[in-house]
Design a protein around this ligand. Sequence first.
Ligand SMILES: Nc1ncnc2c1ncn2[C@@H]1O[C@H](COP(=O)(O)OP(=O)(O)OP(=O)(O)O)[C@@H](O)[C@H]1O
Ligand SMILES: [Mg+2]
Length: 470
Amino acid sequence: MTEWYCGVDFGTTNSSAAIFNGEQVRVLSLDSMNDNATSLPSLLYITREGESIVGRAAALAFIERNVDREILLREVDLGVDIEGYIGAEPDKSEAYNPALVDHEVTEAVRARATMEVNSPGRLFQSLKTLLRHRGFQGTDVFGQHYQIEELVSILLKRIKAGVDEAAGRPINKAVFGRPVQFSEWEDENAVAEQRLQRAARLAGFEEVTFFYEPVGACVEYAMQSNGSQRLMVVDIGGGTCDVCIMEFGGQGDVKKRLGDSKICSVAGVPVAGDAIDREITRIKLFPIFGSRCRYGPAQLRMPQYIYNQILDWQNLYKLNTEETIHWLLAAEVSSDDPPGLRALRCLIQRNYGYPIAREVEAAKKRLSFENETHIEFDREDIAIHELLERTEFAHIIEDNLEKMRGSILEAEKRAGVTPQDIDLVLTTGGTSLIPAIRNMLSDRYGEAHMHRRDTFTSVASGLSIVAQYT
Ligand SMILES: Nc1ncnc2c1ncn2[C@@H]1O[C@H](COP(=O)(O)OP(=O)(O)OP(=O)(O)O)[C@@H](O)[C@H]1O
Ligand SMILES: [Mg+2]
Protein backbone atom coordinates (compact mmCIF):
# COMPACT_ATOMS: atom_id res chain seq x y z
CA MET A 1 0.00 0.00 0.00
CA THR A 2 1.36 3.45 -0.94
CA GLU A 3 2.32 5.56 2.02
CA TRP A 4 1.08 9.13 1.57
CA TYR A 5 2.45 12.15 3.41
CA CYS A 6 0.31 15.23 3.67
CA GLY A 7 1.06 18.97 3.69
CA VAL A 8 -1.62 21.62 4.35
CA ASP A 9 -1.29 25.35 3.76
CA PHE A 10 -4.23 27.06 5.48
CA GLY A 11 -4.04 30.54 4.00
CA THR A 12 -5.67 33.84 4.86
CA THR A 13 -7.16 34.05 1.36
CA ASN A 14 -6.58 30.62 -0.22
CA SER A 15 -5.80 27.19 1.15
CA SER A 16 -4.12 24.27 -0.56
CA ALA A 17 -2.99 20.75 0.19
CA ALA A 18 -0.61 18.21 -1.33
CA ILE A 19 0.30 14.58 -0.79
CA PHE A 20 3.71 13.00 -1.39
CA ASN A 21 4.50 9.29 -1.88
CA GLY A 22 8.26 9.58 -1.41
CA GLU A 23 8.84 10.26 -5.09
CA GLN A 24 6.17 12.56 -6.43
CA VAL A 25 4.08 15.38 -5.08
CA ARG A 26 0.41 15.54 -5.97
CA VAL A 27 -1.25 18.94 -5.50
CA LEU A 28 -4.93 18.36 -4.76
CA SER A 29 -7.92 19.78 -6.49
CA LEU A 30 -10.03 21.21 -3.66
CA ASP A 31 -12.55 23.54 -5.30
CA SER A 32 -13.87 22.79 -8.76
CA MET A 33 -15.86 26.05 -8.73
CA ASN A 34 -12.73 28.19 -8.38
CA ASP A 35 -10.78 29.50 -11.41
CA ASN A 36 -7.85 27.58 -10.03
CA ALA A 37 -9.17 24.32 -8.59
CA THR A 38 -6.04 23.66 -6.50
CA SER A 39 -6.79 26.79 -4.43
CA LEU A 40 -9.70 26.69 -2.02
CA PRO A 41 -10.75 30.27 -1.18
CA SER A 42 -10.67 30.42 2.64
CA LEU A 43 -14.29 31.58 2.80
CA LEU A 44 -17.11 30.20 4.91
CA TYR A 45 -20.83 30.99 4.64
CA ILE A 46 -23.19 29.70 7.31
CA THR A 47 -26.89 29.86 6.48
CA ARG A 48 -29.71 30.62 8.88
CA GLU A 49 -30.61 26.91 8.67
CA GLY A 50 -27.10 25.96 9.86
CA GLU A 51 -25.72 24.78 6.50
CA SER A 52 -22.02 25.51 5.93
CA ILE A 53 -20.78 26.43 2.46
CA VAL A 54 -17.04 26.81 1.82
CA GLY A 55 -14.75 28.12 -0.92
CA ARG A 56 -15.92 29.95 -4.05
CA ALA A 57 -19.50 28.75 -3.44
CA ALA A 58 -19.50 30.69 -0.15
CA ALA A 59 -18.74 33.96 -1.96
CA LEU A 60 -21.43 33.28 -4.55
CA ALA A 61 -24.01 32.41 -1.88
CA PHE A 62 -23.30 35.66 -0.01
CA ILE A 63 -23.58 37.80 -3.13
CA GLU A 64 -26.75 36.09 -4.25
CA ARG A 65 -28.50 36.13 -0.89
CA ASN A 66 -27.11 38.99 1.20
CA VAL A 67 -26.22 41.76 -1.21
CA ASP A 68 -28.79 44.21 -2.52
CA ARG A 69 -31.56 43.19 -0.15
CA GLU A 70 -33.78 44.84 2.42
CA ILE A 71 -32.15 44.54 5.81
CA LEU A 72 -34.34 44.41 8.87
CA LEU A 73 -32.62 45.41 12.08
CA ARG A 74 -34.03 45.12 15.56
CA GLU A 75 -32.71 46.54 18.78
CA VAL A 76 -32.55 43.68 21.26
CA ASP A 77 -32.56 44.12 25.03
CA LEU A 78 -29.80 41.87 26.36
CA GLY A 79 -31.45 41.81 29.79
CA VAL A 80 -28.53 43.20 31.82
CA ASP A 81 -27.42 46.56 33.10
CA ILE A 82 -23.90 47.63 32.29
CA GLU A 83 -21.80 50.62 33.28
CA GLY A 84 -22.06 52.55 30.05
CA TYR A 85 -20.37 55.53 28.53
CA ILE A 86 -23.06 58.09 27.84
CA GLY A 87 -22.67 60.90 25.42
CA ALA A 88 -22.00 60.92 21.72
CA GLU A 89 -20.57 57.85 20.04
CA PRO A 90 -16.82 58.41 20.22
CA ASP A 91 -15.24 59.31 16.92
CA LYS A 92 -13.04 56.34 16.09
CA SER A 93 -10.73 58.36 13.87
CA GLU A 94 -6.94 58.04 14.07
CA ALA A 95 -7.02 60.57 16.91
CA TYR A 96 -9.47 58.47 18.95
CA ASN A 97 -7.84 57.17 22.08
CA PRO A 98 -10.03 55.21 24.51
CA ALA A 99 -7.77 56.30 27.37
CA LEU A 100 -8.81 59.87 26.76
CA VAL A 101 -12.55 59.20 26.91
CA ASP A 102 -14.05 60.81 29.99
CA HIS A 103 -14.91 57.79 32.10
CA GLU A 104 -16.61 59.95 34.67
CA VAL A 105 -19.51 60.32 32.29
CA THR A 106 -20.92 56.86 32.90
CA GLU A 107 -24.05 55.42 34.42
CA ALA A 108 -25.87 52.11 34.56
CA VAL A 109 -27.45 51.59 31.17
CA ARG A 110 -29.41 48.74 29.70
CA ALA A 111 -27.25 46.59 27.41
CA ARG A 112 -28.67 46.46 23.93
CA ALA A 113 -27.45 45.07 20.65
CA THR A 114 -28.49 45.67 17.09
CA MET A 115 -29.36 42.41 15.40
CA GLU A 116 -30.22 41.72 11.81
CA VAL A 117 -33.42 39.71 12.00
CA ASN A 118 -33.84 38.55 8.42
CA SER A 119 -30.26 37.76 7.35
CA PRO A 120 -30.10 34.58 5.26
CA GLY A 121 -26.50 33.83 6.23
CA ARG A 122 -23.11 35.06 7.40
CA LEU A 123 -19.87 35.11 5.47
CA PHE A 124 -16.48 34.76 7.13
CA GLN A 125 -13.26 35.64 5.39
CA SER A 126 -9.64 35.95 6.62
CA LEU A 127 -10.42 33.57 9.52
CA LYS A 128 -6.68 32.96 9.83
CA THR A 129 -6.23 36.59 10.89
CA LEU A 130 -8.86 36.12 13.60
CA LEU A 131 -6.89 33.19 15.08
CA ARG A 132 -4.48 35.60 16.72
CA HIS A 133 -7.09 37.81 18.41
CA ARG A 134 -7.37 36.69 22.02
CA GLY A 135 -10.48 38.85 22.35
CA PHE A 136 -12.26 36.95 19.57
CA GLN A 137 -13.03 33.52 20.94
CA GLY A 138 -16.05 32.84 18.85
CA THR A 139 -19.34 34.20 17.68
CA ASP A 140 -23.04 33.43 17.66
CA VAL A 141 -24.42 32.57 14.27
CA PHE A 142 -28.20 32.51 14.30
CA GLY A 143 -28.32 31.44 17.93
CA GLN A 144 -25.62 28.80 17.70
CA HIS A 145 -22.23 29.54 19.22
CA TYR A 146 -19.14 28.72 17.15
CA GLN A 147 -15.68 28.91 18.65
CA ILE A 148 -13.05 30.27 16.28
CA GLU A 149 -11.49 26.77 16.11
CA GLU A 150 -14.83 25.33 15.02
CA LEU A 151 -15.18 27.88 12.23
CA VAL A 152 -11.68 27.11 10.96
CA SER A 153 -12.27 23.36 11.27
CA ILE A 154 -15.21 23.57 8.84
CA LEU A 155 -12.76 24.70 6.15
CA LEU A 156 -10.17 22.14 7.20
CA LYS A 157 -12.76 19.34 7.03
CA ARG A 158 -13.22 20.11 3.35
CA ILE A 159 -9.44 19.87 2.89
CA LYS A 160 -9.32 16.63 4.88
CA ALA A 161 -12.03 15.14 2.65
CA GLY A 162 -9.99 16.07 -0.44
CA VAL A 163 -6.84 14.51 1.04
CA ASP A 164 -8.62 11.29 2.03
CA GLU A 165 -10.23 10.96 -1.37
CA ALA A 166 -6.95 11.46 -3.22
CA ALA A 167 -5.10 9.01 -0.97
CA GLY A 168 -7.91 6.45 -1.10
CA ARG A 169 -8.03 6.15 2.69
CA PRO A 170 -8.10 8.40 5.76
CA ILE A 171 -4.88 10.35 6.32
CA ASN A 172 -4.76 11.42 9.94
CA LYS A 173 -1.28 12.87 10.09
CA ALA A 174 -0.24 16.14 8.42
CA VAL A 175 2.32 18.88 8.40
CA PHE A 176 0.63 22.25 8.59
CA GLY A 177 2.24 25.53 7.61
CA ARG A 178 2.19 28.51 9.88
CA PRO A 179 3.34 32.04 9.20
CA VAL A 180 6.55 33.16 10.84
CA GLN A 181 4.50 35.84 12.59
CA PHE A 182 0.76 35.44 12.99
CA SER A 183 1.06 38.65 14.97
CA GLU A 184 3.64 41.17 16.12
CA TRP A 185 3.01 40.00 19.71
CA GLU A 186 4.62 36.77 20.90
CA ASP A 187 1.71 35.68 23.13
CA GLU A 188 -0.73 36.11 20.23
CA ASN A 189 1.52 33.92 18.07
CA ALA A 190 1.28 31.10 20.58
CA VAL A 191 -2.50 31.48 20.86
CA ALA A 192 -2.92 31.40 17.08
CA GLU A 193 -0.85 28.22 16.69
CA GLN A 194 -2.69 26.43 19.50
CA ARG A 195 -6.02 27.35 17.97
CA LEU A 196 -4.96 26.16 14.52
CA GLN A 197 -3.78 22.89 16.07
CA ARG A 198 -7.14 22.41 17.78
CA ALA A 199 -9.02 23.25 14.58
CA ALA A 200 -6.96 20.67 12.68
CA ARG A 201 -7.78 18.02 15.31
CA LEU A 202 -11.48 18.86 15.13
CA ALA A 203 -11.22 18.32 11.37
CA GLY A 204 -9.79 14.84 11.90
CA PHE A 205 -6.04 15.45 11.58
CA GLU A 206 -5.03 13.62 14.75
CA GLU A 207 -1.30 14.28 14.51
CA VAL A 208 -0.26 17.73 13.39
CA THR A 209 3.23 19.18 13.13
CA PHE A 210 3.88 22.81 12.23
CA PHE A 211 6.54 24.17 9.91
CA TYR A 212 7.03 27.72 8.81
CA GLU A 213 5.23 28.31 5.51
CA PRO A 214 8.28 29.72 3.66
CA VAL A 215 10.27 26.61 4.66
CA GLY A 216 7.71 24.61 2.67
CA ALA A 217 8.30 26.73 -0.43
CA CYS A 218 12.06 26.43 0.03
CA VAL A 219 11.98 22.63 0.25
CA GLU A 220 9.67 22.39 -2.75
CA TYR A 221 12.23 24.16 -4.92
CA ALA A 222 15.37 22.63 -3.45
CA MET A 223 14.17 19.07 -4.01
CA GLN A 224 13.80 19.76 -7.72
CA SER A 225 17.21 21.29 -8.20
CA ASN A 226 20.76 20.10 -7.73
CA GLY A 227 23.77 21.33 -5.88
CA SER A 228 24.20 22.90 -2.49
CA GLN A 229 22.75 26.37 -2.32
CA ARG A 230 21.63 29.15 -0.05
CA LEU A 231 18.03 30.10 -0.78
CA MET A 232 15.81 32.91 0.37
CA VAL A 233 12.04 32.52 0.15
CA VAL A 234 9.76 35.53 0.20
CA ASP A 235 6.14 34.41 0.60
CA ILE A 236 3.64 37.26 0.59
CA GLY A 237 0.00 36.24 0.71
CA GLY A 238 -3.21 37.81 1.98
CA GLY A 239 -2.34 38.21 5.66
CA THR A 240 1.39 37.80 6.14
CA CYS A 241 4.78 38.39 4.57
CA ASP A 242 7.15 35.56 5.47
CA VAL A 243 10.86 35.28 4.77
CA CYS A 244 13.18 32.33 5.24
CA ILE A 245 16.85 31.74 4.44
CA MET A 246 17.93 28.10 4.13
CA GLU A 247 21.09 26.24 3.15
CA PHE A 248 20.68 22.96 1.31
CA GLY A 249 23.08 20.08 0.99
CA GLY A 250 23.72 19.04 -2.62
CA GLN A 251 24.41 15.31 -2.37
CA GLY A 252 22.24 12.22 -2.21
CA ASP A 253 18.52 11.55 -2.08
CA VAL A 254 15.76 13.73 -0.64
CA LYS A 255 16.29 12.42 2.87
CA LYS A 256 20.03 13.01 2.79
CA ARG A 257 19.63 16.49 1.31
CA LEU A 258 17.01 17.48 3.85
CA GLY A 259 19.20 16.07 6.63
CA ASP A 260 22.10 18.18 5.37
CA SER A 261 20.07 21.35 5.17
CA LYS A 262 19.53 24.02 7.76
CA ILE A 263 17.24 26.96 8.38
CA CYS A 264 19.52 29.99 8.80
CA SER A 265 16.78 32.44 9.73
CA VAL A 266 13.11 33.31 9.49
CA ALA A 267 11.36 36.66 9.78
CA GLY A 268 7.95 38.04 8.98
CA VAL A 269 5.28 40.69 9.42
CA PRO A 270 1.49 40.41 9.47
CA VAL A 271 1.20 42.75 6.50
CA ALA A 272 0.20 41.60 3.00
CA GLY A 273 -2.59 41.73 0.40
CA ASP A 274 -5.49 42.46 2.79
CA ALA A 275 -3.64 45.47 4.21
CA ILE A 276 -2.98 46.74 0.68
CA ASP A 277 -6.67 46.41 -0.25
CA ARG A 278 -7.62 48.42 2.84
CA GLU A 279 -5.14 51.15 1.91
CA ILE A 280 -6.52 51.41 -1.65
CA THR A 281 -10.06 51.65 -0.26
CA ARG A 282 -9.06 54.31 2.24
CA ILE A 283 -7.27 56.51 -0.25
CA LYS A 284 -9.26 56.00 -3.45
CA LEU A 285 -12.79 55.22 -2.27
CA PHE A 286 -13.46 56.95 1.05
CA PRO A 287 -13.59 60.41 -0.62
CA ILE A 288 -16.15 59.10 -3.13
CA PHE A 289 -18.37 58.33 -0.12
CA GLY A 290 -17.94 61.84 1.24
CA SER A 291 -15.20 61.23 3.83
CA ARG A 292 -13.81 64.73 3.27
CA CYS A 293 -17.09 66.58 3.21
CA ARG A 294 -18.40 69.04 5.78
CA TYR A 295 -21.97 69.13 6.98
CA GLY A 296 -24.32 71.21 9.09
CA PRO A 297 -24.13 74.88 10.07
CA ALA A 298 -20.92 74.25 12.02
CA GLN A 299 -19.32 72.60 8.97
CA LEU A 300 -18.41 69.48 10.91
CA ARG A 301 -16.28 66.66 9.57
CA MET A 302 -17.87 63.26 8.98
CA PRO A 303 -17.30 60.76 11.82
CA GLN A 304 -14.47 58.49 10.74
CA TYR A 305 -15.85 55.34 12.40
CA ILE A 306 -18.44 55.17 9.62
CA TYR A 307 -15.66 54.92 7.05
CA ASN A 308 -13.64 52.44 9.07
CA GLN A 309 -16.76 50.27 9.06
CA ILE A 310 -16.53 50.13 5.25
CA LEU A 311 -13.21 48.30 5.67
CA ASP A 312 -14.98 45.82 7.95
CA TRP A 313 -17.69 45.14 5.38
CA GLN A 314 -18.83 41.97 7.19
CA ASN A 315 -20.35 44.24 9.85
CA LEU A 316 -21.39 47.10 7.57
CA TYR A 317 -25.05 46.12 7.96
CA LYS A 318 -24.90 47.31 11.57
CA LEU A 319 -24.92 50.89 10.32
CA ASN A 320 -28.22 50.30 8.61
CA THR A 321 -30.32 51.53 11.50
CA GLU A 322 -33.16 53.98 11.16
CA GLU A 323 -31.21 56.39 13.37
CA THR A 324 -28.04 56.37 11.24
CA ILE A 325 -29.95 56.57 7.97
CA HIS A 326 -31.99 59.55 9.20
CA TRP A 327 -28.81 61.19 10.42
CA LEU A 328 -27.17 60.62 7.02
CA LEU A 329 -30.20 62.10 5.25
CA ALA A 330 -29.99 65.20 7.42
CA ALA A 331 -26.24 65.51 6.91
CA GLU A 332 -26.69 65.09 3.15
CA VAL A 333 -28.93 68.14 2.69
CA SER A 334 -26.61 70.37 4.70
CA SER A 335 -23.35 69.03 3.31
CA ASP A 336 -21.00 70.28 0.61
CA ASP A 337 -21.02 66.82 -1.02
CA PRO A 338 -24.60 65.49 -1.28
CA PRO A 339 -23.76 62.90 -4.00
CA GLY A 340 -20.99 61.49 -1.74
CA LEU A 341 -23.29 61.05 1.23
CA ARG A 342 -26.02 59.65 -1.01
CA ALA A 343 -23.50 57.07 -2.24
CA LEU A 344 -22.60 56.26 1.37
CA ARG A 345 -26.24 55.73 2.27
CA CYS A 346 -26.72 53.49 -0.74
CA LEU A 347 -23.62 51.47 0.19
CA ILE A 348 -24.99 50.89 3.69
CA GLN A 349 -28.61 50.29 2.77
CA ARG A 350 -27.79 47.92 -0.09
CA ASN A 351 -24.95 46.14 1.72
CA TYR A 352 -22.53 46.69 -1.18
CA GLY A 353 -19.40 46.43 1.00
CA TYR A 354 -18.36 42.98 -0.17
CA PRO A 355 -18.77 43.44 -3.96
CA ILE A 356 -16.86 46.71 -3.71
CA ALA A 357 -14.05 45.05 -1.72
CA ARG A 358 -13.86 42.37 -4.42
CA GLU A 359 -13.63 45.02 -7.14
CA VAL A 360 -10.80 46.76 -5.29
CA GLU A 361 -8.93 43.46 -5.04
CA ALA A 362 -9.58 42.66 -8.71
CA ALA A 363 -8.26 46.08 -9.79
CA LYS A 364 -5.15 45.58 -7.64
CA LYS A 365 -4.53 42.20 -9.31
CA ARG A 366 -5.01 43.64 -12.81
CA LEU A 367 -2.43 46.26 -11.99
CA SER A 368 0.21 43.53 -11.70
CA PHE A 369 -0.14 43.03 -15.45
CA GLU A 370 -1.22 46.48 -16.69
CA ASN A 371 0.16 49.98 -16.16
CA GLU A 372 -3.20 51.39 -15.24
CA THR A 373 -6.70 50.18 -14.55
CA HIS A 374 -10.02 51.43 -13.23
CA ILE A 375 -11.87 50.53 -10.07
CA GLU A 376 -15.38 50.24 -11.43
CA PHE A 377 -18.63 49.95 -9.54
CA ASP A 378 -21.77 51.56 -10.87
CA ARG A 379 -25.05 50.82 -9.20
CA GLU A 380 -27.91 53.07 -8.13
CA ASP A 381 -26.38 56.09 -6.34
CA ILE A 382 -22.83 54.75 -6.43
CA ALA A 383 -20.67 55.65 -9.41
CA ILE A 384 -17.07 54.56 -8.94
CA HIS A 385 -14.81 54.96 -11.98
CA GLU A 386 -11.46 55.51 -10.32
CA LEU A 387 -8.29 55.45 -12.32
CA LEU A 388 -5.52 53.55 -10.54
CA GLU A 389 -2.04 53.90 -12.00
CA ARG A 390 1.04 51.93 -11.09
CA THR A 391 2.95 54.98 -9.92
CA GLU A 392 0.14 56.09 -7.60
CA PHE A 393 -0.32 52.51 -6.41
CA ALA A 394 3.38 52.28 -5.57
CA HIS A 395 2.89 55.36 -3.43
CA ILE A 396 -0.23 53.92 -1.74
CA ILE A 397 1.62 50.76 -0.70
CA GLU A 398 4.86 52.51 0.31
CA ASP A 399 4.45 52.04 4.07
CA ASN A 400 3.42 48.41 3.76
CA LEU A 401 6.29 47.76 1.34
CA GLU A 402 8.70 49.24 3.84
CA LYS A 403 7.47 46.83 6.53
CA MET A 404 7.97 43.90 4.15
CA ARG A 405 11.46 45.16 3.29
CA GLY A 406 12.15 45.40 7.01
CA SER A 407 11.44 41.69 7.49
CA ILE A 408 13.71 40.80 4.56
CA LEU A 409 16.57 42.81 6.08
CA GLU A 410 15.83 41.19 9.44
CA ALA A 411 16.12 37.71 7.91
CA GLU A 412 19.50 38.65 6.39
CA LYS A 413 20.69 40.06 9.70
CA ARG A 414 19.61 37.02 11.71
CA ALA A 415 21.34 34.70 9.23
CA GLY A 416 24.45 36.91 9.17
CA VAL A 417 24.44 37.18 5.37
CA THR A 418 24.58 39.94 2.77
CA PRO A 419 22.65 40.00 -0.54
CA GLN A 420 25.72 38.58 -2.33
CA ASP A 421 25.54 35.44 -0.16
CA ILE A 422 22.08 34.50 -1.45
CA ASP A 423 22.16 32.19 -4.46
CA LEU A 424 18.49 32.48 -5.33
CA VAL A 425 15.46 34.43 -4.14
CA LEU A 426 12.28 32.38 -4.54
CA THR A 427 9.01 34.27 -4.53
CA THR A 428 5.58 32.84 -3.85
CA GLY A 429 2.16 34.01 -2.61
CA GLY A 430 -0.28 36.20 -4.56
CA THR A 431 1.03 39.54 -3.31
CA SER A 432 4.56 38.72 -4.50
CA LEU A 433 3.23 39.27 -8.05
CA ILE A 434 3.02 43.04 -7.48
CA PRO A 435 5.70 44.67 -9.69
CA ALA A 436 6.76 47.20 -7.01
CA ILE A 437 7.55 44.29 -4.68
CA ARG A 438 9.42 42.41 -7.40
CA ASN A 439 11.41 45.57 -8.18
CA MET A 440 12.31 46.00 -4.53
CA LEU A 441 13.68 42.43 -4.51
CA SER A 442 15.49 42.59 -7.84
CA ASP A 443 17.13 45.92 -6.87
CA ARG A 444 18.58 44.19 -3.84
CA TYR A 445 19.44 40.73 -5.14
CA GLY A 446 19.68 41.22 -8.94
CA GLU A 447 17.16 40.09 -11.53
CA ALA A 448 19.27 37.01 -12.39
CA HIS A 449 18.85 35.74 -8.82
CA MET A 450 15.07 35.94 -8.81
CA HIS A 451 12.97 32.85 -9.35
CA ARG A 452 9.20 32.54 -9.17
CA ARG A 453 7.57 29.39 -7.75
CA ASP A 454 3.95 28.38 -8.11
CA THR A 455 2.09 31.26 -6.51
CA PHE A 456 -0.55 29.30 -4.66
CA THR A 457 0.66 25.74 -4.11
CA SER A 458 4.43 25.69 -3.53
CA VAL A 459 4.07 25.88 0.27
CA ALA A 460 1.71 22.87 0.50
CA SER A 461 3.91 20.87 -1.92
CA GLY A 462 7.04 21.44 0.17
CA LEU A 463 5.23 20.67 3.42
CA SER A 464 4.11 17.30 2.05
CA ILE A 465 7.78 16.44 1.37
CA VAL A 466 8.73 17.55 4.88
CA ALA A 467 5.91 15.33 6.22
CA GLN A 468 7.80 12.18 5.25
CA TYR A 469 10.47 13.01 7.79
CA THR A 470 8.38 14.11 10.76
N1 LIG B 1 -1.91 39.12 -9.58
C1 LIG B 1 -1.90 39.58 -8.33
N2 LIG B 1 -1.38 40.79 -8.03
C2 LIG B 1 -1.42 41.29 -6.79
N3 LIG B 1 -1.95 40.64 -5.75
C3 LIG B 1 -2.48 39.43 -5.98
C4 LIG B 1 -2.49 38.83 -7.27
N4 LIG B 1 -3.08 37.61 -7.19
C5 LIG B 1 -3.44 37.46 -5.90
N5 LIG B 1 -3.08 38.55 -5.17
C6 LIG B 1 -3.32 38.78 -3.73
O1 LIG B 1 -2.64 37.76 -3.02
C7 LIG B 1 -3.34 37.46 -1.83
C8 LIG B 1 -3.62 35.99 -1.77
O2 LIG B 1 -2.40 35.30 -1.93
P1 LIG B 1 -2.20 33.84 -1.30
O3 LIG B 1 -3.26 32.93 -1.80
O4 LIG B 1 -0.80 33.47 -1.58
O5 LIG B 1 -2.43 34.18 0.22
P2 LIG B 1 -2.65 33.17 1.43
O6 LIG B 1 -1.69 32.05 1.32
O7 LIG B 1 -4.09 32.82 1.49
O8 LIG B 1 -2.33 34.14 2.67
P3 LIG B 1 -1.24 34.00 3.84
O9 LIG B 1 -0.12 33.17 3.33
O10 LIG B 1 -0.86 35.41 4.11
O11 LIG B 1 -1.99 33.38 4.95
C9 LIG B 1 -4.63 38.28 -1.85
O12 LIG B 1 -4.45 39.44 -1.07
C10 LIG B 1 -4.76 38.62 -3.32
O13 LIG B 1 -5.48 39.83 -3.51
MG1 LIG C 1 0.22 31.71 2.02
